[in-house]
Design a protein around this ligand. Structure first.
Ligand code: ADP
Ligand code: ZN
Ligand code: MG
Length: 489
């Protein structure tokens, strides 16, 4: 590990495959629905029967323009599809339709924020369209099983420049990409279901060296943590190899998460010559300026822009804004609560932020609910915060009201009324209760008057208890202080 920081620099480039959220496949009308019965979403086109012709799904191009614009790419006015030829049981056509020499998006970048708070641009070489292959299932008692439902499902392949310098940066980049494609609503980012997949290319070089070292490529990385772990493993392996006088061999490795090692794929499997050539069945994809302009206009606000706007507009801490904009649905929820605030003050914005980050997210995470379907409607949470802000209920009582809203789905006003939770702010009523409490606690009052000031907290507590937590604590404090002062000899 020490060697790594002092004398070697890791160089990493990532290839991310994002499965696009289209209803139908890239070149036929078969459904893309995940979890359908094996081999049920198929037709002669995606099975590559003789004599059929593919027709490009317009939505695929639309999605690529969207992600290209959001990552500052140039959108090619003309791009072409190529055939990538190889043999594998889950690829009935014998080739995959992809883009090779003329991809639709080139030369973009994605900005990450490193742990020391600096922004760093990771260059994107290209983003191209391609179709997915099927799935081979090896871990059954039977022979290898094949499910070709996924054949022809559209993907965007996002390829970075070798700009990433540590496993941590790779992790941050992937997190950003996932957030971005979810914001753009082009991919659900679900790694378990394979809708976001990553291959990691890595080499090392001596610090100060400008030429790139020989890289290896690691596949089978199905979580961001695995990417980070696999890169750490491989960087150390390469450095050890070089230090002991060896040479890195360019090869493809498979990450074995169980063992925590990256092992070479059998070289036969790896010896690929894809014989790319332009697909004669598909016409070039033409994108005019109009289309790009329309897409740019429809582009949703990105996560970073929205984060910065939250800080400016609602004056909440950057920490809060980062969490609130981590998912589009959460940011939408927050803003919907804000909309229903009666008094749009900085204090109330912060209250909304606290409730959303704290109570809402807690339930979202523990119960695994979708924010968009959160049982407490944003208008209701907004109304509850209005009740706190105007002194109708205390922050403490609000916790109970929130729990009640979660289970009953009732409006906060109805709950407050039904359970008699209205905060008592009436000075006369509170004074009466204070008098009672002081009567019942003569000894404590004596010691307070005798200089034991910490008894004050006890007396506040007793008063709150006497009112079942409904007295306005601020008023209790004030009145109790006044009362005790007047009792001093
Ligand atoms: P290949 O021909 O093996 O597909 P590419 O040049 O297309 O390689 O690059 C694939 C990915 O590998 C890109 O993300 C690129 O940034 C990265 N890459 C290329 N060369 C290196 C290197 N020497 N070290 C680390 N990553 C690299
Ligand atoms: Zn089909
Ligand atoms: Mg390549």
């Amino acid at each position: 590990m020490a060697l790594w920081n002092e004398r070697y620099e890791p160089v990493i480039g990532l290839e991310v495959h994002a499965q696009l959220l289209t209803e139908s496949k890239a070149f036929c009308s078969c459904s893309t629905h995940f979890g359908a019965d094996p081999n049920s979403n198929v037709c002669p086109v995606c099975l590559g029967m003789p004599g059929v012709l593919p027709v490009l799904n317009h939505q695929v191009v639309e999605f690529l323009i969207r992600v290209g614009l959001a990552t500052h790419c140039s959108i090619a006015p003309r791009s072409i599809f190529a055939r990538k030829n190889y043999f594998y049981p889950d690829l009935p056509k014998g080739y995959q339709i992809s883009q090779y020499e003329e991809p639709i998006c080139t030369n973009g970048f994605v900005t990450i924020e490193t742990d020391d708070g600096k922004r760093k641009d990771i260059g994107l070489t290209r983003i191209h369209m391609e179709e997915d292959a099927g799935k081979s299932i090896h871990d059954q008692d039977a022979d290898t099983l094949v499910d070709v439902n996924r054949c022809g499902v559209p993907l965007a392949e996002i390829v970075t420049e070798p700009d990433i310098r540590s496993p941590r940066e790779a992790y941050l980049y992937l997190t950003k990409i996932r957030q971005l494609v979810r914001y753009l609503e082009i991919c659900d980012g679900n790694m378990e279901e394979g809708s976001l997949r990553c291959d990691a290319n890595v080499s090392v070089r001596r610090v100060g060296e400008t030429v790139l070292g020989t890289k290896t490529e690691i596949k089978n990385l199905n979580s961001f943590r695995f990417v980070e772990k696999a890169l750490e493993f491989e960087i150390n392996r390469q450095i050890d190899l070089l230090e002991s006088g060896g040479k890195v061999v360019q090869e493809t490795l498979l990450w074995d998460a169980g063992q925590g090692v990256a092992v070479p794929m059998r070289s036969k499997e790896e010896a690929h010559d894809y014989r790319y050539f332009p697909d004669p069945d598909l016409v070039p994809v033409l994108v005019n300026a109009d289309w790009i302009q329309q897409a740019a206009k429809a582009l949703p606000e990105g996560p970073t822009g929205r984060r910065d706007r939250f800080v400016d507009e609602y004056m909440i801490p950057k920490y809060d804004a980062d969490i609130l904009t981590s998912e589009k649905s959460l940011a939408d929820y927050f803003e919907a609560v804000v909309t229903s605030l009666r008094s749009k003050t900085v204090e109330n914005f912060k209250l909304v932020s606290n409730w959303t980050m704290g109570d809402v997210l807690r339930v979202v995470n523990t119960d695994k609910v979708d924010v968009a379907k959160f049982p407490v409607k944003p208008e209701d949470l907004g109304e509850m915060i209005n009740l706190i802000a105007d002194g109708t209920i205390s922050g403490k009582i609000a916790k109970d009201v929130f729990e009640e809203m979660l289970t009953s789905g009732q409006s906060p006003k109805a709950i407050v009324k039904r359970k008699g939770l209205v905060q008592v702010s009436d000075a006369g009523a509170i004074e009466q209760m204070i008098d009672d409490v002081l009567m019942k606690n003569k000894g404590q009052v004596e010691s307070y008057l005798g200089g034991k000031v910490q008894v004050f907290g006890f007396l506040v507590g007793e008063t709150m208890k006497a009112t079942k937590g409904k007295a306005n604590p601020k008023i209790v404090n004030e009145l109790l202080k006044k009362k005790l002062e007047s009792m001093k000899p």
